[in-house]
Design a protein around this ligand. Sequence first.
Ligand code: FAD
Length: 431
Amino acid sequence: MSEKFDVIVVGAGPAGTSCAYTCAQNGLKVLQIERGEYPGCKNVMGGVLYRQQMEEIIPEFWKEAPLERPVIEQRFWMMDKESVVTFGYKGLEWGVEPYNNFTVLRAPFDQWFAKKGVEQGVLLITETVVLECIVENGKVIGVRTDRPDGDIYADVVVLADGVNSLLGKQLGYHNEFRPDEVALTVMEVINLPKEKINDRFNLEDNQGCTIELFGDSTKGNLGTAFIYTNKESINIGVGTTLSSMIKAKLKPYDLLDYLKTHAMVKPFLEGGESAEYLAHLIPEGGYHSVPKVAGNGVVLVGDAAQLVNAIHREGSNMAMASGKMAAETIVEAKNRNDFSESSLNLYREKLYDSFIIKDLEKYKDAAHTFENNPQYFNDYVPMMNRAASKFFTVDGTPKREKQKQIMRSVTEERGRIKVLQDMYRAWKAVK
Ligand code: FAD
């Protein structure tokens, strides 16, 4: 038998590296396997990294990690064809220690993070694909890789292989996705000089800004678009669930082109040079799609366990937190020398007791509600825009009369009962 490890971690994204790092930090012998040429080379993210969960792994990481900008402003845009209603929050407290979150580019960040794992003692091998888990008597005992003599053994295998998790599917933990459980997102990195970014987004020095765009940004389909500021580039992306794309016959790259030429967006990008074009799936099935996360000798973390809160665009933080919880469970299992499903199920308990499953549970019906009721994006967002235009146009109409006209046009368009039903349904989906 070839060399045996305490833990084999498949994947060097935020989930895998958090788990590998924490296991090694606690003295376990860890092998991390990544199929890419280097960690991050295949990874795609809009780019917001949350400080809290990262700091729980590496305190004050911002002093050395390759970050882009600390985000001091979050904007939300409700877009119509030629207008936008905006709201958001800007706070200078987010621009100083300990910060709230940061924009990042995944390739440099993932490489740096994985290197920190190696410094803790993780053995990282890249350009190696895990083809399957080796199962004996119902227990995962190792992995088969595409290297010659590629079987490697461990007490626990951690599947951190991302949204598709072919390994999780092979074990029967996942089914094939339903089209309403995943979003296909395309994004582009557009280079722009720092001064231009600061002028256009009203920022100073290294301050960052994020914009989430709804409504016409996805041509009224369930999904979102985003614009995030990096040091000298902007990330712009858009995605909808596969089911919406199929229903509306949308092509993702057409949607991105449409967004980039939208009258409200175009001025932010003017003069920029396209540096990268990426496409990736996001697991958006939420609470109902979380698979079995622990078995005999195996655990699933991050996107492989479908841990993404699409409403709050949180994924990397859930990946990191789940990776850490899995690692802590494995350390405890090692102390008991028990890697059975019942022993590793402690990870499931930690997960269900944490913000991760609590938040997914809170929004468990939201995606279906919004997908089955397209009026929220198709009708209400344009209505909001028309209402704002009317209310802020100074034309001699008394304000109370304007309010009445706006209310009348909303109820006439949709019907009073339907408006009340829509409001109740939306409240129920996100309460
Ligand atoms: P991944 O980052 O996907 O890593 C999986 C790794 O496993 C990869 O490196 C892959 O190469 C490797 N791998 C897969 N199969 C194998 C195999 N068989 N053998 C060896 N290696 C393998 N989250 C946020 O928090 N903020 C955001 O702003 C945000 N924006 C997003 C925008 C887009 C367009 C997308 C697609 C996602 C976004 N997310 C965001 C979600 C976030 O990127 C994911 O939740 C997070 O990356 C999950 O981390 P992970 O480690 O589980 O998986």
